[in-house]
Design a protein around this ligand. Structure first.
Ligand code: KG4
Ligand code: ZN
Length: 364
């Protein structure tokens, strides 16, 4: 099965062609089933709007929608040419149905629907976070990962720990009560005058910094819940940066030290809650997904915890951590292999807000 995946929920236009085959391996079946399929990326293309939004320090929704309109069709043509495929070779069309920016989502959904109507192909709308969540399972070594597993979903809009019992069987164990971890990275970087997006910038500057110079809070670290809070961290960074500016001491060393302190605070909280989730559920498989999952320091800390807790840990390759079309095609392909009904062409709706727990499989 070859699936065309289209991602336009925020500021990346992602398109990919992924080929899937059903899992046949008996070991996978005896372990309660892996993701249910094997996948291979035939072609992918990504256009990042980072430079478009950089001057504003965050994504401007209207600019994002307009740019998706410009980029999407050429990118689809590009991946088809790259894979050497034509429409008769494509078995299904998948797009991000939500959550995300309404206008941006509508661009991908409308084009996908138009293509489905024109070609008669089945079409399927995918939850953006399900895409992130399942993307690590595309890696060769992870395709045999069985359910259940824990997933840490850390992106610019979400910070959640989920229990995944099967495809479409997602239970929220904890989430942020205010800002997302990626937002904490982005806003701290903005306060320090570093580039956008802030996560990779903080990661880079932190390498030259001393995390101990500034004392930052670890919100909810000691609370007996799996919830997160990052708003207080942002306020603490703001206060410290204002003090540094007033005393004319916001130099590059101070920026690097603050970047290291911010990263350490976020990594401490995320990793402590993952350890807690392992203890509470007894599940010893952890998948890390979403843009913040590309952070090297977080990866190292979680690797360490996984070793101590005898837990299998899976990270997507860094390029698959941030938004992309591959994860949408892959998630759609797994759903179709599992018997999910495709949508009726012409009857579509985007869902800017959409809990991941409301994505149970709808069999055909
Ligand atoms: O998953 P994603 O691409 O888009 C959303 O769905 O939000 O995540 C983007 C977020 C941004 O906040 C960005 O700063 C953060 O992921 N990010 C990182 C790194 N790369 C991206 N944060 C920390 N370290 C990184 N290396
Ligand atoms: Zn995302």
């Amino acid at each position: 099965m070859v699936v065309l995946g289209i991602e336009t929920s925020c500021d990346e236009t992602g398109v990919a062609l992924v080929s899937l085959s059903p899992a046949t391996n008996s070991t996978e079946k005896s372990r309660g089933g892996g993701p249910g399929g094997h996948g291979r990326v035939l072609a992918q293309a990504l256009h990042s709007q980072i430079s478009l939004h950089a001057a504003y320090g965050g994504v401007v929704p209207e600019l994002a929608s307009r740019d998706h309109i410009l980029r999407l069709s050429p990118l689809i043509q590009q991946v088809m040419a790259q894979a050497g495929l034509a429409w008769p070779n494509i078995d299904a069309i998948a797009y991000t149905e939500g959550p995300g920016l309404a206008g941006a989502l509508l661009v991908g959904a409308s084009l996908a629907q138009g293509l489905a109507a024109a070609t008669g192909k089945p079409i399927i709308g995918i939850h953006h976070l399900e895409g992130h969540l399942l993307s690590p399972l595309l890696a060769q070594e992870a395709q045999a990962l069985g359910f259940p597993f824990l997933a840490l979903l850390v992106s610019g809009g979400h910070t959640q720990i989920m229990q995944v019992d099967g495809l479409g069987e997602y239970t929220l164990l904890g989430e942020t009560i205010d800002d997302a971890a990626g937002e904490a990275f982005d806003k701290s970087a903005q306060l320090l005058g570093l580039g956008y997006p802030g996560g990779p910038e903080i990661g880079r500057w932190a390498q030259k910094g001393d995390a101990k110079r500034f004392d930052l809070p670890r919100p909810l670290l000691k609370r007996p819940t799996l919830d997160f809070s990052f708003a207080g961290l942002k306020t603490a960074v703001l206060t410290q940066v204002q003090k540094l500016k007033q005393s004319l001491r916001l130099d590059d060393q101070a920026r690097a030290d603050m970047a290291a302190a911010v990263q350490a605070a976020i990594v401490d909280v995320l990793s402590a809650k993952c350890r807690k989730a392992i203890h509470e559920t007894g599940i010893r498989r952890l998948v890390v997904a979403g843009g913040v999952g590309a952070n090297q320091s977080l990866r190292e800390r979680l690797q360490h915890i996984a070793q101590e807790e005898d837990c299998q840990i899976i990270f997507p390759p860094p390029a698959l951590c941030t938004d992309n079309g591959v994860m949408i095609a892959w998630a759609a392909g797994l759903r179709l292999l599992a018997g999910q009904a495709s949508q009726t062409a012409g009857s579509f709706n985007v869902k800017p807000r959409w809990p991941l727990s409301e994505t149970a499989l709808r069999a055909s």
